[in-house]
Design a binder for this molecule. Structure first.
Ligand code: MG
Length: 370
Protein backbone atom coordinates (compact mmCIF):
# COMPACT_ATOMS: atom_id res chain seq x y z
CA UNK A 1 0.00 0.00 0.00
CA UNK A 2 1.15 3.53 -0.63
CA UNK A 3 2.12 5.51 2.44
CA UNK A 4 2.89 9.14 2.94
CA UNK A 5 6.50 10.21 3.16
CA UNK A 6 7.25 12.50 6.08
CA UNK A 7 8.47 15.97 5.15
CA UNK A 8 12.15 16.42 4.41
CA UNK A 9 14.27 17.98 7.11
CA UNK A 10 11.69 17.01 9.70
CA UNK A 11 13.49 13.99 11.03
CA UNK A 12 14.12 14.81 14.67
CA UNK A 13 10.76 15.33 16.23
CA UNK A 14 8.55 12.52 17.37
CA UNK A 15 5.33 13.16 15.55
CA UNK A 16 4.07 10.16 13.63
CA UNK A 17 2.11 10.39 10.42
CA UNK A 18 -1.27 11.57 11.57
CA UNK A 19 -3.62 14.45 11.88
CA UNK A 20 -2.49 17.94 12.53
CA UNK A 21 -4.75 20.85 13.22
CA UNK A 22 -3.66 23.27 10.52
CA UNK A 23 -6.32 25.20 8.64
CA UNK A 24 -6.58 22.72 5.82
CA UNK A 25 -9.83 23.88 4.31
CA UNK A 26 -8.24 27.18 3.35
CA UNK A 27 -5.56 25.44 1.26
CA UNK A 28 -6.59 24.21 -2.19
CA UNK A 29 -4.09 21.33 -2.04
CA UNK A 30 -5.99 19.90 0.96
CA UNK A 31 -9.38 19.99 -0.75
CA UNK A 32 -11.48 16.83 -1.05
CA UNK A 33 -11.61 16.25 -4.80
CA UNK A 34 -13.17 12.79 -5.03
CA UNK A 35 -16.36 13.06 -7.08
CA UNK A 36 -17.10 9.35 -7.66
CA UNK A 37 -20.59 8.74 -6.23
CA UNK A 38 -19.77 5.31 -4.80
CA UNK A 39 -16.89 2.90 -4.33
CA UNK A 40 -16.34 0.48 -7.21
CA UNK A 41 -13.95 -2.48 -7.57
CA UNK A 42 -11.62 -0.21 -9.57
CA UNK A 43 -10.95 1.86 -6.44
CA UNK A 44 -9.04 -1.16 -5.12
CA UNK A 45 -7.15 -1.96 -8.31
CA UNK A 46 -4.14 0.26 -7.67
CA UNK A 47 -4.64 2.31 -10.85
CA UNK A 48 -6.23 5.64 -11.66
CA UNK A 49 -9.35 5.13 -9.52
CA UNK A 50 -7.24 4.22 -6.48
CA UNK A 51 -5.24 7.41 -6.97
CA UNK A 52 -8.45 9.44 -7.12
CA UNK A 53 -9.58 7.89 -3.84
CA UNK A 54 -6.26 8.24 -2.02
CA UNK A 55 -5.35 11.70 -3.30
CA UNK A 56 -8.89 13.03 -3.44
CA UNK A 57 -10.19 11.83 -0.05
CA UNK A 58 -7.74 10.00 2.22
CA UNK A 59 -4.67 12.21 1.80
CA UNK A 60 -6.37 15.60 2.22
CA UNK A 61 -8.35 14.55 5.30
CA UNK A 62 -6.00 12.10 7.02
CA UNK A 63 -2.40 12.75 6.11
CA UNK A 64 0.04 15.03 7.85
CA UNK A 65 1.52 16.41 4.60
CA UNK A 66 -0.91 15.65 1.76
CA UNK A 67 1.24 17.21 -0.96
CA UNK A 68 4.28 14.94 -0.40
CA UNK A 69 4.76 12.08 -2.91
CA UNK A 70 3.31 8.76 -1.77
CA UNK A 71 5.73 5.93 -0.99
CA UNK A 72 5.57 2.25 -0.01
CA UNK A 73 6.39 3.02 3.61
CA UNK A 74 6.42 6.20 5.68
CA UNK A 75 9.58 7.24 7.50
CA UNK A 76 8.91 8.68 10.94
CA UNK A 77 11.12 9.72 13.84
CA UNK A 78 10.31 8.51 17.36
CA UNK A 79 12.41 10.16 20.05
CA UNK A 80 15.10 10.83 17.48
CA UNK A 81 15.15 7.30 16.07
CA UNK A 82 14.00 6.95 12.46
CA UNK A 83 11.76 4.02 11.60
CA UNK A 84 9.82 2.99 8.51
CA UNK A 85 6.19 1.95 8.87
CA UNK A 86 3.82 0.42 6.36
CA UNK A 87 0.42 -1.23 6.35
CA UNK A 88 -1.33 -3.47 3.86
CA UNK A 89 -4.38 -5.69 3.53
CA UNK A 90 -4.89 -8.91 1.60
CA UNK A 91 -8.16 -10.11 0.10
CA UNK A 92 -6.81 -12.41 -2.62
CA UNK A 93 -9.15 -14.96 -4.17
CA UNK A 94 -8.53 -17.90 -4.20
CA UNK A 95 -6.69 -18.15 -0.87
CA UNK A 96 -4.20 -20.66 -2.32
CA UNK A 97 -2.64 -20.55 -5.76
CA UNK A 98 0.42 -22.04 -7.45
CA UNK A 99 3.49 -20.66 -5.73
CA UNK A 100 1.83 -19.28 -2.60
CA UNK A 101 -1.23 -18.36 -0.54
CA UNK A 102 -2.73 -15.40 1.30
CA UNK A 103 -0.64 -15.95 4.44
CA UNK A 104 2.68 -15.98 2.63
CA UNK A 105 1.59 -13.09 0.42
CA UNK A 106 0.69 -10.97 3.46
CA UNK A 107 4.12 -11.35 5.04
CA UNK A 108 6.12 -11.01 1.83
CA UNK A 109 4.08 -8.02 0.68
CA UNK A 110 4.70 -6.19 3.94
CA UNK A 111 8.41 -7.01 3.86
CA UNK A 112 8.62 -5.76 0.28
CA UNK A 113 6.94 -2.43 1.00
CA UNK A 114 9.54 -1.80 3.70
CA UNK A 115 12.42 -3.03 1.53
CA UNK A 116 11.64 -0.73 -1.40
CA UNK A 117 11.36 2.20 0.98
CA UNK A 118 14.99 1.49 1.88
CA UNK A 119 14.29 -0.25 5.20
CA UNK A 120 15.16 -3.58 6.82
CA UNK A 121 11.95 -5.32 7.93
CA UNK A 122 12.02 -5.83 11.70
CA UNK A 123 8.55 -6.59 13.04
CA UNK A 124 5.02 -7.20 11.79
CA UNK A 125 1.60 -7.20 13.47
CA UNK A 126 -1.23 -9.11 11.82
CA UNK A 127 -5.01 -8.67 11.89
CA UNK A 128 -7.42 -11.37 10.73
CA UNK A 129 -10.99 -10.74 9.60
CA UNK A 130 -12.56 -14.20 9.53
CA UNK A 131 -15.89 -15.38 8.15
CA UNK A 132 -17.88 -17.59 10.53
CA UNK A 133 -17.81 -21.10 9.12
CA UNK A 134 -14.21 -20.92 7.89
CA UNK A 135 -12.61 -24.35 8.37
CA UNK A 136 -9.99 -24.21 11.12
CA UNK A 137 -7.62 -26.27 9.01
CA UNK A 138 -7.66 -23.58 6.30
CA UNK A 139 -6.86 -20.91 8.87
CA UNK A 140 -4.13 -23.05 10.43
CA UNK A 141 -2.51 -23.59 7.03
CA UNK A 142 -2.41 -19.84 6.43
CA UNK A 143 -1.05 -19.08 9.88
CA UNK A 144 1.67 -21.69 9.27
CA UNK A 145 2.44 -20.09 5.89
CA UNK A 146 2.82 -16.71 7.59
CA UNK A 147 5.07 -18.09 10.30
CA UNK A 148 7.26 -19.80 7.71
CA UNK A 149 7.52 -16.68 5.50
CA UNK A 150 8.45 -14.56 8.54
CA UNK A 151 11.00 -17.13 9.72
CA UNK A 152 12.59 -17.25 6.25
CA UNK A 153 12.89 -13.48 6.17
CA UNK A 154 14.11 -13.14 9.76
CA UNK A 155 11.17 -10.91 10.70
CA UNK A 156 9.28 -11.19 14.00
CA UNK A 157 5.51 -11.29 14.17
CA UNK A 158 4.87 -9.44 17.40
CA UNK A 159 1.10 -9.14 17.75
CA UNK A 160 -2.25 -8.87 16.07
CA UNK A 161 -6.02 -8.80 16.32
CA UNK A 162 -8.93 -11.04 15.33
CA UNK A 163 -12.43 -10.15 14.21
CA UNK A 164 -15.12 -12.55 13.04
CA UNK A 165 -18.07 -11.53 10.86
CA UNK A 166 -21.24 -13.48 10.07
CA UNK A 167 -21.19 -16.16 7.41
CA UNK A 168 -21.67 -14.50 4.04
CA UNK A 169 -20.38 -11.10 5.19
CA UNK A 170 -16.77 -11.83 4.14
CA UNK A 171 -15.09 -14.29 1.79
CA UNK A 172 -13.35 -16.79 4.14
CA UNK A 173 -10.57 -14.58 5.46
CA UNK A 174 -8.88 -11.23 4.98
CA UNK A 175 -5.52 -10.29 6.46
CA UNK A 176 -4.19 -6.87 7.39
CA UNK A 177 -0.57 -6.29 8.33
CA UNK A 178 1.50 -3.46 9.69
CA UNK A 179 5.25 -3.62 9.36
CA UNK A 180 8.04 -1.72 11.04
CA UNK A 181 11.52 -1.43 9.59
CA UNK A 182 14.85 0.22 10.29
CA UNK A 183 16.19 2.46 7.52
CA UNK A 184 19.19 1.04 5.67
CA UNK A 185 22.22 3.29 5.94
CA UNK A 186 23.58 4.87 2.76
CA UNK A 187 20.42 5.12 0.69
CA UNK A 188 17.69 7.74 0.25
CA UNK A 189 14.58 6.84 -1.72
CA UNK A 190 12.80 9.88 -3.16
CA UNK A 191 11.29 10.29 -6.64
CA UNK A 192 12.42 13.92 -6.65
CA UNK A 193 16.06 12.76 -6.75
CA UNK A 194 15.58 11.08 -10.15
CA UNK A 195 17.59 12.70 -12.96
CA UNK A 196 17.85 12.57 -16.74
CA UNK A 197 20.19 9.73 -17.75
CA UNK A 198 19.35 7.49 -14.76
CA UNK A 199 18.68 3.82 -15.54
CA UNK A 200 15.50 1.90 -14.73
CA UNK A 201 16.14 -1.62 -13.38
CA UNK A 202 13.63 -4.45 -12.95
CA UNK A 203 14.48 -7.46 -10.78
CA UNK A 204 12.82 -10.17 -12.92
CA UNK A 205 9.87 -11.23 -15.06
CA UNK A 206 6.64 -9.22 -15.14
CA UNK A 207 3.10 -10.42 -14.54
CA UNK A 208 3.62 -13.91 -13.09
CA UNK A 209 1.51 -13.25 -9.98
CA UNK A 210 -1.48 -11.62 -11.65
CA UNK A 211 -1.81 -14.18 -14.41
CA UNK A 212 -1.29 -17.07 -11.95
CA UNK A 213 -4.21 -15.81 -9.82
CA UNK A 214 -6.35 -15.35 -12.89
CA UNK A 215 -5.68 -18.91 -14.06
CA UNK A 216 -6.12 -20.32 -10.52
CA UNK A 217 -9.72 -19.10 -10.54
CA UNK A 218 -10.38 -21.60 -13.30
CA UNK A 219 -12.68 -19.25 -15.21
CA UNK A 220 -10.53 -19.41 -18.32
CA UNK A 221 -9.74 -22.47 -20.34
CA UNK A 222 -6.01 -21.80 -20.37
CA UNK A 223 -3.36 -24.19 -19.08
CA UNK A 224 0.02 -22.69 -18.25
CA UNK A 225 2.97 -23.75 -16.17
CA UNK A 226 3.08 -20.59 -14.11
CA UNK A 227 3.58 -19.74 -10.42
CA UNK A 228 3.15 -16.60 -8.40
CA UNK A 229 6.44 -14.80 -7.87
CA UNK A 230 5.59 -14.06 -4.20
CA UNK A 231 8.81 -13.77 -2.19
CA UNK A 232 10.73 -11.34 -0.06
CA UNK A 233 12.80 -8.99 -2.22
CA UNK A 234 14.73 -7.73 0.81
CA UNK A 235 17.89 -9.82 0.13
CA UNK A 236 18.04 -8.33 -3.39
CA UNK A 237 17.43 -4.78 -2.21
CA UNK A 238 19.99 -5.20 0.57
CA UNK A 239 22.66 -6.46 -1.85
CA UNK A 240 21.97 -3.61 -4.26
CA UNK A 241 22.08 -0.97 -1.53
CA UNK A 242 25.40 -2.31 -0.25
CA UNK A 243 26.88 -2.19 -3.76
CA UNK A 244 25.33 0.99 -5.12
CA UNK A 245 23.49 2.78 -2.27
CA UNK A 246 24.51 6.35 -3.11
CA UNK A 247 23.34 5.87 -6.71
CA UNK A 248 19.88 4.49 -5.88
CA UNK A 249 17.23 7.22 -6.21
CA UNK A 250 13.91 5.39 -6.12
CA UNK A 251 12.44 1.89 -5.69
CA UNK A 252 8.94 0.43 -5.85
CA UNK A 253 7.44 -3.06 -5.88
CA UNK A 254 5.07 -3.02 -8.85
CA UNK A 255 2.08 -4.86 -7.33
CA UNK A 256 -1.46 -3.89 -8.37
CA UNK A 257 -1.40 -1.87 -11.57
CA UNK A 258 1.92 -3.44 -12.54
CA UNK A 259 5.15 -1.88 -13.79
CA UNK A 260 3.31 0.70 -15.91
CA UNK A 261 1.34 2.13 -12.98
CA UNK A 262 4.39 2.33 -10.69
CA UNK A 263 6.45 4.04 -13.38
CA UNK A 264 3.65 6.47 -14.23
CA UNK A 265 3.53 7.48 -10.57
CA UNK A 266 7.27 8.00 -10.63
CA UNK A 267 7.10 9.99 -13.90
CA UNK A 268 4.51 12.25 -12.37
CA UNK A 269 6.42 12.70 -9.10
CA UNK A 270 9.71 13.57 -10.84
CA UNK A 271 8.12 15.36 -13.85
CA UNK A 272 10.41 13.49 -16.25
CA UNK A 273 9.88 11.00 -19.08
CA UNK A 274 10.53 7.28 -18.62
CA UNK A 275 11.60 5.46 -21.77
CA UNK A 276 11.26 1.67 -21.79
CA UNK A 277 12.74 -0.47 -24.54
CA UNK A 278 10.18 -3.17 -25.39
CA UNK A 279 12.60 -6.04 -26.18
CA UNK A 280 14.24 -5.49 -22.77
CA UNK A 281 10.98 -6.11 -20.87
CA UNK A 282 11.16 -9.60 -19.30
CA UNK A 283 7.87 -11.49 -19.80
CA UNK A 284 7.40 -15.26 -19.78
CA UNK A 285 5.69 -16.78 -22.83
CA UNK A 286 2.78 -18.03 -20.70
CA UNK A 287 2.13 -14.51 -19.35
CA UNK A 288 2.46 -12.95 -22.78
CA UNK A 289 0.11 -15.54 -24.27
CA UNK A 290 -2.57 -15.08 -21.58
CA UNK A 291 -2.32 -11.29 -21.91
CA UNK A 292 -2.73 -11.45 -25.69
CA UNK A 293 -5.76 -13.66 -25.32
CA UNK A 294 -7.38 -11.35 -22.78
CA UNK A 295 -6.36 -8.02 -24.30
CA UNK A 296 -4.19 -7.13 -21.30
CA UNK A 297 -0.77 -5.51 -21.23
CA UNK A 298 1.87 -7.36 -19.13
CA UNK A 299 2.99 -3.89 -18.01
CA UNK A 300 -0.33 -3.61 -16.10
CA UNK A 301 -0.24 -7.05 -14.45
CA UNK A 302 0.51 -7.38 -10.72
CA UNK A 303 3.80 -8.72 -9.39
CA UNK A 304 4.46 -9.84 -5.81
CA UNK A 305 8.16 -10.65 -5.87
CA UNK A 306 9.75 -8.02 -8.10
CA UNK A 307 10.93 -4.47 -7.68
CA UNK A 308 11.83 -1.52 -9.85
CA UNK A 309 14.80 0.72 -9.11
CA UNK A 310 16.05 3.94 -10.65
CA UNK A 311 19.81 4.12 -10.35
CA UNK A 312 22.28 6.83 -11.38
CA UNK A 313 23.94 5.81 -14.64
CA UNK A 314 27.42 5.39 -13.18
CA UNK A 315 26.09 3.04 -10.46
CA UNK A 316 23.84 0.97 -12.75
CA UNK A 317 26.43 -1.69 -13.59
CA UNK A 318 27.35 -2.13 -9.92
CA UNK A 319 23.68 -2.41 -8.93
CA UNK A 320 22.98 -4.95 -11.65
CA UNK A 321 26.02 -7.07 -10.76
CA UNK A 322 24.93 -7.15 -7.12
CA UNK A 323 21.48 -8.39 -8.16
CA UNK A 324 22.91 -11.01 -10.53
CA UNK A 325 25.13 -12.36 -7.75
CA UNK A 326 22.23 -12.69 -5.29
CA UNK A 327 20.01 -15.80 -5.49
CA UNK A 328 16.77 -14.84 -7.26
CA UNK A 329 18.28 -11.82 -8.99
CA UNK A 330 19.63 -13.59 -12.05
CA UNK A 331 16.95 -12.16 -14.36
CA UNK A 332 17.40 -8.54 -13.28
CA UNK A 333 18.03 -6.12 -16.10
CA UNK A 334 17.96 -2.52 -17.25
CA UNK A 335 14.59 -1.92 -18.90
CA UNK A 336 14.76 1.78 -19.57
CA UNK A 337 16.14 5.24 -18.97
CA UNK A 338 15.01 8.63 -17.68
CA UNK A 339 14.65 11.40 -20.28
CA UNK A 340 13.47 15.00 -20.17
CA UNK A 341 10.46 14.24 -22.39
CA UNK A 342 7.66 13.25 -22.50
CA UNK A 343 7.38 14.98 -19.12
CA UNK A 344 5.45 12.96 -16.52
CA UNK A 345 4.78 10.05 -18.90
CA UNK A 346 6.02 6.55 -19.76
CA UNK A 347 7.00 5.79 -23.34
CA UNK A 348 7.66 2.29 -24.69
CA UNK A 349 9.76 2.06 -27.85
CA UNK A 350 9.74 -0.99 -30.11
CA UNK A 351 12.76 -2.48 -31.90
CA UNK A 352 11.34 -1.04 -35.13
CA UNK A 353 11.51 2.53 -33.86
CA UNK A 354 7.82 3.01 -33.10
CA UNK A 355 6.67 4.11 -29.68
CA UNK A 356 3.55 4.23 -27.51
CA UNK A 357 2.66 6.02 -24.30
CA UNK A 358 1.64 3.54 -21.58
CA UNK A 359 -0.70 4.96 -18.95
CA UNK A 360 -1.58 3.81 -15.45
CA UNK A 361 -4.01 0.93 -15.13
CA UNK A 362 -7.58 2.08 -15.78
CA UNK A 363 -10.49 0.04 -14.37
CA UNK A 364 -10.01 -3.34 -12.69
CA UNK A 365 -9.44 -6.21 -15.11
CA UNK A 366 -8.23 -8.55 -12.33
CA UNK A 367 -10.00 -7.87 -9.02
CA UNK A 368 -8.76 -9.23 -5.66
CA UNK A 369 -5.33 -10.11 -6.93
CA UNK A 370 -3.61 -9.57 -3.56
MG1 MG B 1 4.28 -1.63 -2.68
Amino acid sequence: MLQLRTPKGDGEHSEPVGLKSEARDSSPSFAVLLRDPQIEMAHGAGGTATRRLVEGLFAPLLLHSPSEPLADAAHVAVNGTRIAVTTDSFVVSPLCFPGGSIGELAINGTINDLAVAGARPEAIVVTFVLEAGLATKILEAEVRAMAEAARRAGVQIVGGDTKVVEHGKADQMYVTTTGIGSPLPGVTIDPRLVQVGDKVLLSGCMGDHGITILLARGELDIQADLRSDTRSVFPLVDAMVRAAGPGIRWMRDPTRGGVATSLNELARDCSLGIHLFEPALPVRDAVRGACELLGLDPLHIANEGQFLAVVASKYAERALNALHQTPGGEEARVIGEIHEQPAAAVLVTTPYGGSRVVDMLVGDPLPRIC
